[in-house]
Ligand binder design. Structure first.
Ligand code: ANZ
Ligand code: ZN
Length: 810
């Protein structure tokens, strides 16, 4: 056969395309297997080693599944909207549509060079109006259902660039472009009500075949917290406010309360003497991110408002402070502070000299944050923490001053982006009718091409008159379009539903079809998506289910995260560090299969690791060894004519079935590196067998056929070439995956060592089924042992089955 190279890659890619080999068979859904890899984000212009590590090994897994009789659906597409293309436009003047289309074209070529089974007839690109029309449709459906709404929310704002910044554009509180201090600005924005599904999203996690760590992260992100809500009144006013607490049992220990700086009450209660100080504190808070504010190590700060509140349980008057460790978006934006039993409150009270009063017994030092018995709590003294929580909330409930309450960390999903390169939100604002949804027939609301990207305080759409000016779908009067676009996570929250019918003009998806195609059987992508994408997709699936569009509860039944491929220096690959690996160079030098197999052999699939050029070379040599075996086998014609297997044949047969079993089991679990190790052992056994004087060509060919079949998913082009060399006139991927023969794995001879007085004197092969007496007999009649025990008295013979015989002689 000819040497493996990219010419062979191209030859087989062409054949596969010509014969439509990977076309999904829509009429055979019983054995469908929906294999999905997270689609590519075409901002980097090039497919990198990380993409390869996601797509190549999963394709190999899917190829094995195909050979095992599954009807594999493996689509690919592009998550093509987003900030990088727009930033690139601001910098270079190249329109996002043009740069994205160019990048997509390049990446399509690279993906094709990988030789994966992607069914390109189902390709989708999220910035294509034929796709985002349906993203907008999804928005309309959520809006109809009351799951999309508007409210004021802060955005990061750079006062110098006059622009909204995404979180990733704020570095240490400064604008990444001009280093100006970033502030917050309140804008009316669109939200999706994911919190309505918080309970179900949490409760259904346990049933998913997902990595445990990811499940735990999602649970934490949703963060269900069971506690109580308690009403405090404000002294000398008729204002009330509520706090959320998980420790109602500590209510008697409240020595002050704290409001978030953004809490609406702040303005109403601050006394004139405190006004200036409070105002300055609020301005300072705007520069902090929520993450910074929640940091445990950061010093707690605050200001006194001048006002007092009344503790409803004992009527005690406590000062109201304002502090940024209280977040406005969690609970009620107000907390009752119990410094004796909470770390943060303790630090705060110590700093500002506020009273610290113990109400729970236990521990020697304060703060004591564990559970215990209530003290200094009037009639509640002696109750346990658990009993006390309930008793206090019950008692407040009777007076309408509190009750049980469940809170979630999860917030509604802010989907408005003050950006151009995204799907326009399909809403208009009419002077007469207010907020009006665009009619479904009028979708897509297309992005205008000619816009002004200059960063001057307004997003390109917000200054595009021809886009903004429209008529109201309800009254026909003058109306203005929404200028914000949708978060790109909206595009990716439903793409897996679109693939089966990616080209449909009349539907986002065909409900009948996707009800039999989904959930996705295997989803593979990076762990960085644990809390956003993977949660949004689950939410959208559930919302569509409740609207009657789909009949399944979860989009992704089984999930795997591939590991990270690092540079040869063990650091994350990045252009600035100059440690990136360009797959293209390796492929043109070694061929796509060598690159793929190196990735699968060199790293644990879920672990990843540091790149090594030596590893690539060793895989290239492995491929060359296989070529020689195939050539050698084709040339050997002598027959031995024996019907019974010879010893060397049995040996090869053993490694053959060991490999079939190992490759099948390990690949199933995506442990590709050990699967390839089994194939290497098989290749060694081939070489040994081919050194025999007499071989059985029929048997040899059988073994070779099995070998090429198990190699095929890992080295698809190369295996097709070997397969053809063996005289096959159809694709190896249309053949069946081999099944191992367990009887071949039982070795019928074993080697045992014979010792005399603890020293090894001989090694003999005996049939594996012998009894203890037969083993003794075989050892004592062995010539070497006979000679060595000549004239000695045999006192004892100890048999350790399958391994060893020890003869004690004097
Ligand atoms: C009094 C108390 C006493 C508390 C005590 C704890 C220990 P999780 O479990 O995360 O729900 N809290 C409530 N709302 C808050 C907000 N918006 N920002 C910051 N902290 C807030 O935490 C609930 C606890 O976090 C609540 O219980 C409250 O402090 C605080 F010995 O109330 B606790
Ligand atoms: Zn109107």
């Amino acid at each position: 056969m000819s040497n493996y190279s990219t010419a062979i890659d191209k030859k087989w890619q062409q054949k596969w395309a010509d014969t439509n080999l990977y076309k999904f068979d829509e009429n055979n859904l019983d054995k469908k297997l929906y294999v999905l890899e997270m689609f590519s984000y075409p901002s980097g212009a090039q497919l990198h080693a990380g993409h390869w590590f996601n797509y190549g090994p999963v394709d190999s897994w899917a190829r094995m599944k195909r050979m095992q009789g599954f009807n594999v659906f493996q689509p690919m597409g592009f998550d093509a909207f987003g900030l990088p293309a727009e930033n690139y436009a601001i910098k270079t003047g190249v329109h996002p549509k043009d740069s994205t289309e160019k990048n997509v074209a390049t990446m399509e070529e690279q993906l094709k060079a990988m030789g994966a089974m992607f069914d390109w007839d189902h390709e989708l690109i999220t910035c294509d109006p034929q796709y985002y029309k349906w993203t907008q449709w999804l928005f309309l459906k959520l809006y109809e259902k009351g799951l999309a709404y508007r409210k004021k929310a802060p955005v990061n704002w750079c006062p110098s660039c006059n622009t909204v910044l995404a979180n990733e554009q704020v570095l240490d509180g400064l604008c990444e472009r001009c280093d100006t201090e970033v502030t917050k600005k309140n804008l009316t924005q669109w939200f999706f009500k994911i919190t309505e599904y918080a309970d179900e999203l949490l409760d259904m996690i346990d049933g998913l075949d997902w990595p445990e760590k990811t499940k735990a992260m999602q649970k934490h992100w949703i963060g269900r917290s069971t506690g109580g809500q308690i009403t405090f009144s404000i002294v000398d006013s008729d204002l009330l406010f509520e706090v959320f607490t998980t420790r109602a049992d500590t209510l008697f220990g409240v020595s002050y309360v704290v409001l978030a700086p953004e809490n609406d009450l702040v303005e109403k209660i601050t006394t004139p003497e405190q006004f200036e100080e409070v105002q300055k504190y609020i301005d300072d808070t705007k520069k902090q991110s929520e993450i910074e504010r929640q940091s445990i190590t950061r010093e707690k700060t605050g200001v006194f408002s001048g006002a007092y509140a009344i503790n409803p349980i004992n009527g005690r008057k406590v000062p109201i402070w304002i502090g940024d460790y209280v977040l406005n978006s969690y609970g009620t934006g107000a907390v009752m502070a119990v410094p004796a039993h909470d770390e943060r409150d303790f630090a705060f009270a110590t700093k500002y000299n506020l009273p610290i009063e113990r109400v729970i017994e236990g521990g020697e030092e304060l703060p004591f944050t564990e559970h215990g018995k209530m003290i200094n709590s009037g009639e509640f003294d002696g109750l346990s923490t658990k009993e006390g929580k309930k008793a206090i909330l019950d008692s407040l409930n009777d007076k309408n001053l509190g009750g049980e309450k469940v809170n979630f960390r999860l917030r509604d999903w802010l989907v408005s982006r003050q950006r151009y390169w995204g799907a326009p939100i399909p809403v208009v604002y009419c002077e007469k009718c207010g907020t009006v949804a665009v009619h479904e027939e009028q979708l897509p609301v297309e992005l205008p091409y000619d816009v002004d990207f200059a960063p001057d305080g307004k997003s390109p759409l917000a200054k595009c008159e021809s886009f903004l000016n429209t008529t109201c779908p309800k009254c026909g009067g003058k109306a203005t379009r929404e200028a914000d676009t949708l978060d790109t996570f909206v595009c990716s929250s439903w793409y897996y539903l679109r693939y089966p019918d990616a080209n449909s003009d009349s539907n986002p998806f065909d409900s009948g079809k996707i009800n039999s195609m989904l959930p996705v059987d295997k989803y593979v992508g990076g762990p960085e998506h644990a809390c956003m994408h993977l949660l949004y997709a689950r939410f959208i699936t559930k919302a569509l289910r409740d609207m009657g569009y789909v009949n399944f509860d979860e989009p992704f039944k089984s999930l795997t995260h591939q590991g990270l491929i690092l540079g040869a220096d063990g650091l994350k690959m990045s252009k600035s560090k100059g440690n990136t690996i360009s797959p293209d160079d390796y492929i043109s030098k070694h061929g796509s299969d060598v690159f793929r197999m190196y990735l699968m052999f060199g790293f644990g699939y879920t672990e990843g690791g540091a790149w090594s050029d030596d590893g690539v070379k060793s895989i290239a040599r492995f491929v060359e060894r296989i070529e020689r075996i195939v050539d050698n086998a084709i040339n050997r014609t002598s027959e031995n004519g024996l019907s019974e297997m010879t010893k060397p044949e049995k040996e090869l047969n053993f490694w053959r079935h060991t490999a079939i079993k190992g490759v099948t089991d390990d690949s199933e679990k995506m442990q590709f590196n050990t699967a390839i190790a089994r194939m290497m052992e098989f290749v060694n056994a081939f070489n040994k067998y081919l050194n025999e004087k007499e071989i059985n060509p029929t048997f040899l060919k059988e073994c070779l056929i099995d070998f090429i079949k198990i190699l095929a998913p890992f080295a698809p082009h190369f295996s097709e070439e070997c397969w053809e060399s063996l005289g096959m006139d159809y694709s190896v991927f249309n053949d069946k995956w081999p099944v191992f023969d367990s009887s071949a794995l039982v070795k019928d001879e074993v080697e045992i060592a014979i010792q005399i007085n603890g020293k090894i004197k001989a090694k003999i092969n005996i049939p594996s089924g012998l009894s203890e007496d037969e083993i003794k007999e075989a050892s004592l009649t062995n010539d070497t042992i006979k000679a060595a025990t000549e004239g000695k008295n045999i006192i004892k013979v100890i048999v350790i089955k399958g391994r060893l015989v020890n003869i004690v002689a004097k």
